[in-house]
Design a protein around this ligand. Structure first.
Ligand code: HEM
Length: 449
């Protein structure tokens, strides 16, 4: 703990040190509020799943409400369930299968601009790629035109609202000068989103609907919740869901991809094994032949590729922390937790716990393979609940299968032709804000294979 105090420690390190020192429930105070950090998977499960009705989302997301509104990430109770019911079919297997082709097209387009030997920031590269994919798959919109403004403004806003997250109140954020500055930028983004919604409504009325999630959301009817919330979504609600999906749908996957490139650069033997698998699956019989683009049907054959995604999500979970505020008094692990407290469950803490994982802080992708070399999402022999990168229950990530498909196909498409390498001497460490980012970016050289 002392070494953490002697330098500017990141929140993930501070919470981890507290959790290890006080198992299974660590108590700290943060911005004057009681905070309980859980380090036992069974307790995390108990609070986030079994007590799902006794808790609501934590303070970080409250501050971001001016940006995210009442979308899936931030809404609560019956209204959240209704929105989830409406959006869920947009993430069914057949839909993901159709998105897969677009993901690969964007990956192929992106790498066509890469130059052998060029130096790039891999975080920027992956962010612009996943941003383009969200635009294309969810809203059939080329966000690359608007991308710089939309993407840059969104990143700036998330970081701005992230800094205000300690305030934990939407009302206070709106009163602060910094909050008002951010709100003016939110209005600029709202205009772009409204344009996308108008365009989709017009396409529907001309009988030529786009084949994407937004069209699905516009047309979705909710008979169950109609009496309370209306049968369809208003433009204001669509705006909140669009903003939420754009944000939740690109930043997390971009960070996962960025950490993957760094880990592969540090572990050349694993990078070699990945390349061998890609050669087997994606190259014609002629070993000197060209690689073809991967498809959705290749996923089951890409076991080691998926193991690399899983192991990266273990060591560098993009959504590194999940917070809940208690709505009632709870007893958790023998602790009396009063109503109004914050409870934290952290993938970062559980995924790196030596009590839960063998070689907890080492990169060991093969732990995700069974004795036949097939990918097993439960990591053979692993304790249940020790791996939680996508959260729990009815608040579990709605884009989980989207993210798996995207990360695996992007990795297959890019790593079959490129071997990015960290520029020697570059500093790499974590910055834990809303997501877990490489603090100084990832300066890498692109090497053509
Ligand atoms: C590697 C990539 C991703 C990771 C690690 C991730 C992680 C998570 C986690 C942990 C949660 C739960 C948060 C909580 O309970 O407080 C969540 C929720 C959510 N995610 Fe993801 N996510 C990823 C990709 C995506 C994608 C691609 C989309 C959309 C296309 C998406 C959309 C959402 C939404 C809308 C929610 C809120 C769900 C609800 O509360 O009903 N995520 N995500």
């Amino acid at each position: 703990m002392l070494s953490l105090l002697t330098r500017r420690a990141q929140p993930n390190e501070v919470f981890e040190a507290a959790a290890r020192a006080n198992r299974p429930v660590a108590y700290i105070r943060m911005a004057g509020e009681p905070v309980y950090i859980l380090s036992d998977p069974a307790l995390v499960n108990e609070v986030f799943l079994e007590h799902a009705r006794d808790v609501m989302k934590g303070r970080g997301l409250q501050a971001a409400r001016p940006l995210l509104g009442n979308g899936l990430l931030t809404s609560e109770g019956e209204f959240h369930l209704r929105q989830r019911r409406l959006a869920q079919p947009g993430f069914h297997r057949q839909r993901i299968e159709s998105y897969a082709a677009q993901m690969v097209t964007e990956a192929e387009r992106h790498q066509s601009s890469w130059v052998d030997g060029a130096r790039v920031d891999m975080v920027e590269e992956m962010t612009s790629l996943t941003f383009a994919i969200v635009g294309r798959t969810l809203f059939d919109t080329d966000l690359t035109g608007d991308a710089r403004t939309f993407g840059d403004t969104l990143a700036e806003l998330m970081s701005g609202f992230g800094q205000l997250s300690a305030i934990g109140s939407e009302r206070l954020v709106r009163l602060l000068p910094k909050g008002q500055e951010l709100l003016a930028k939110v209005e600029d983004l709202d205009l772009v989103v409204q344009r996308i919604i108008d365009d989709h409504r017009a396409a529907i009325s001309f009988g030529q609907p786009h084949a994407d999630l937004l069209t699905w959301l516009i047309e979705a009817h909710d008979d169950e919740g109609a009496a309370s919330f209306g049968a369809t979504m208003s433009d204001a609600q669509l705006r909140d869901e669009v903003m939420t999906m754009v944000l939740a749908g690109h930043e997390t996957t971009a960070m996962a991809m960025s950490w993957i490139w760094w880990l592969l650069s540090c572990h050349p033997a694993d990078a070699g094994r990945l390349y061998d698998e890609l050669s087997q699956v994606l190259r014609s019989d002629d070993p000197a032949g060209e690689f073809r683009a991967p498809t959705f049907d290749d996923l089951s054959a890409l076991s080691f590729t998926r193991a690399i995604v899983a192991e990266t999500l273990r060591l560098y979970p993009p959504a590194w922390i999940m917070g809940r505020r208690t709505l009632n008094d709870l007893v958790v692990g023998g602790w009396q937790i009063p109503s109004g407290s914050i409870i934290l469950g952290s993938p970062w803490i559980l995924h790196r716990d030596p009590a839960l994982w063998d070689r907890a802080t080492s990169f060991v992708p093969e732990r995700w393979l069974d004795s036949d070399g097939q990918f097993d999402e439960n990591a053979p022999g692993q304790r249940r609940g020790a791996w939680i990168p996508f959260g729990f229950g009815n608040r579990r990530c709605i884009g989980e299968q989207f993210a798996w498909t995207e990360a695996t196909l992007l990795l297959a498409s890019l790593a079959s032709r490129w071997r990015p390498e960290l520029i020697p001497g570059s500093r790499v460490s974590t910055a834990a804000a809303v997501t877990l980012r490489p603090r100084y970016g990832l300066p890498m050289t692109l090497n053509r294979r």
